[in-house]
Design a protein around this ligand. Structure first.
Ligand SMILES: [Zn+2]
Length: 306
């Protein structure tokens, strides 16, 4: 046998070895991405039993945030096709009706830079969120407010001025302030928002606690007029004043969400902010969303809160 033939045969014999080596390398790279991105316990493809968000749509099978599992359009029902990029396998899963429900809420927007970034991320994952809008701010960015509504998110009321000393001075001042906010949203979008409210600084704001008569009067008004108000069960902690290490807010929030789930909570309301002064919110948001999706949690807006 000539030496050329011998080399060819050797190459042929080595092919399976090279192929196996390539596959092992690919798997190692894949595992390393998974560990960095989502933590070691995350399944690559959720079981049918873990459930998945039925509204997840991702037109781009190359998931923009480095996940190896992409979710593709599901026009009917709650069956979801998951496409795994490395194996090329489509797997169908069914949303678990008992899956924990995550309500992402963003306060104090709209904002010039953060809102578009947040909207893009939510769109990437095909999930919807609740935006507690400040009326005075909405007047600055009417197009962004319209875009938020057009993309299927819930616009809710966070008052017009967000000035605690004014709005909590009397129940009439507060009522006028939230009515102004709803009018602004209605005028800009052409749609009257649902009566869903978050008190500026929360329903236990210090200014309200100092004046129980005003607080009780406001609460009575809200009850009598079909309003629902929401605080939050976990916070992203993004209202800090200096930049945290990348991912720090996300991993703390993930831990808080998982603790809530472990304690049996089914409905988890997440407080986050939509202001340009807190650019770390959209930076960490994809990490939180990917973790929740991989755990089989579903995303909802507050108008569906039980
Ligand atoms: Zn606020």
């Amino acid at each position: 046998m000539s030496s050329i033939m011998s080399k060819r045969n050797t190459r042929r014999r080595n092919r399976p070895v090279i192929l196996v080596g390539f596959l092992v390398m690919t798997m190692l790279m894949f595992c390393s991405c998974t560990l960095n991105g989502f933590g070691p316990k995350t399944p690559l493809i959720p079981d049918a039993s873990t459930g998945f968000n039925d509204t997840v749509i991702n037109d781009n099978p190359q998931n923009p945030h480095g996940n190896n599992t992409s979710v593709v359009t599901n026009p009917n029902g709650n069956n979801v096709l998951l496409y795994h990029e490395l194996t090329g396998v489509f797997k169908e899963t069914v949303e678990d009706p008992n899956a924990p429900r995550i309500y992402l809420t963003f306060d104090d927007g709209p904002s010039k830079v953060s809102t578009p970034k947040i909207l893009e991320i939510l769109d990437d994952y095909g999930i919807k969120a609740t935006f507690f809008v400040v009326g005075r701010t909405a007047e600055y960015y009417p197009d962004i407010l319209r875009q938020t509504l057009a993309e299927g998110h819930l616009l809710a009321n966070h008052g017009y001025s967000h000035v605690y000393s004014t709005i909590y001075a009397s129940s009439s001042a507060f009522i006028q302030d939230i009515q102004s906010c709803n009018s602004v949203i209605a005028n800009i979008t052409g749609t009257t928002p649902k009566r869903i409210l978050r008190f500026p600084a929360g329903s236990f704001a210090v200014e309200l606690e100092r004046n129980p008569a005003v607080r009780d009067s406001i609460r009575q008004y809200l009850r009598d007029n079909g309003w629902r108000y929401f605080d939050w069960t976990v916070s992203m902690g993004d209202s800090i004043s200096s930049a945290p290490p990348p991912g720090a807010l996300a991993y703390d929030l993930i831990a808080a969400i998982d603790r809530s789930v472990a304690n049996g909570r089914k409905d988890i309301v997440v407080l986050a902010h939509d202001v340009d002064a807190k650019p770390w919110t959209p930076l960490d948001l994809p990490i939180v969303i990917e973790h929740c999706l991989n755990q089989g949690y579903v995303f909802r807006t507050l108008d569906t809160y039980p």
